[in-house]
Design a protein around this ligand. Sequence first.
Ligand SMILES: NC(=O)c1ccc[n+]([C@@H]2O[C@H](COP(=O)([O-])OP(=O)(O)OC[C@H]3O[C@@H](n4cnc5c(N)ncnc54)[C@H](OP(=O)(O)O)[C@@H]3O)[C@@H](O)[C@H]2O)c1
Length: 366
Amino acid sequence: MSLDRYYTLGKTGLKVSRLALGTMTFGKEWGWGNTKEEAEAIFNYYVDHGGNFLDTADMYTQGTSEEYLGDFMKKRKLREDLVLATKFTFNTSANNSVNGGGNSRKNIRRTLEESLKRLKTDYIDLYILHCWDQLTPVEEVMRTLNDLVSEGKILHVGFSNTPAWYVSRAQALAQAHNYEPISAMQLEYSLIQRRIEDEYIDLGQYTNAGIMAWSPLGGGLLSGKYKPDIDHQENVQGRLKHITDNGGEVSSKDNERNWRIVTALHKVSEKINQPMASVALNWVANQPNVASVIIGATKLPQIEANMKTLDFDIPRELMQQLNEASAYEKLYPYTFFEPLMQSRITPDKKLGNKPPQYWKDVNIGK
Ligand SMILES: NC(=O)c1ccc[n+]([C@@H]2O[C@H](COP(=O)([O-])OP(=O)(O)OC[C@H]3O[C@@H](n4cnc5c(N)ncnc54)[C@H](OP(=O)(O)O)[C@@H]3O)[C@@H](O)[C@H]2O)c1
């Protein structure tokens, strides 16, 4: 089983699994999660098969996800064996107070204490800023997190859903002041969502922050159980169906491009005789600078299948087919970093060693 191997988180000595267990599905509060018994079975399966990296957040299922994890770790006396990541930012205060959300020193300190209580522990291994609040100076965030490291309440720092310039600034501050740096960037990444490739792969490699990929199956779309027009699809159960049945929108996922990707994924899965979900997870795990893939499950058979995802290789030509089917349109300024434009800087023999005619061959400003 591939989870008996570990890697170190960012530039730290902390050893973590390449498949982390996502627990956003722990609890029924959001309508598509699981019962405590189902969540416990998933947790036990994951840790009993070598997994040691758990991901939650203060706001998941109104705190139930953290509560359950705390109970499960305590019951099995596993806290010291496990690497626990949780997050702050979204408003979790009882009366939705104006300072009850965000990345201010005041809110970070308040919400951390509540997470510790729910998780029944006195420290967090990886404390993650959940989302840029467009307000708090990065100096305040990094100083606060570094103080918490000094106090022993958190061990390492991560950022999620944050502009690359902000992460880069945070890393520069950490370097200049000898603060605890960002060791992990938690970002949405899957065959249907590849936008992070424009900035974050290089950013992570340059600053030693590994990517933890969230929603690697696009919320279940890449498992193969959905068909176009999810709204009217009969005989399917799952988060996306639950959302449309309850008046929500999955239109950003239920589109022509994504169904093309699902078709290509289906072909590859048939060729190598592996489930579609496993192939989709394997693709993410094998992208540059992806440190951990966060696998989510609502049912035990899903985690059983998903945990086998690193046990096979996708042949290079089939990887290429997946890459091509999921390629996305490059927008400005990233068009300037494409081979044709770059060949105007460093001639490329493969492109004929002939500089392109700037106005004709290169799509400027797109
Ligand atoms: N930092 C962030 O902002 C952020 C955001 C989102 C998530 N996350 C983290 O990432 C974790 C994973 O996110 P996600 O749940 O959206 O991941 P995902 O892999 O895109 O979706 C997981 C869902 O897909 C379905 N599924 C999984 N395996 C399957 C299989 N083998 N066959 C059929 N269906 C399968 C299940 O839902 P159904 O049974 O309902 O279909 C499962 O709950 C979360 O738990 C959380 O820890 C972080």
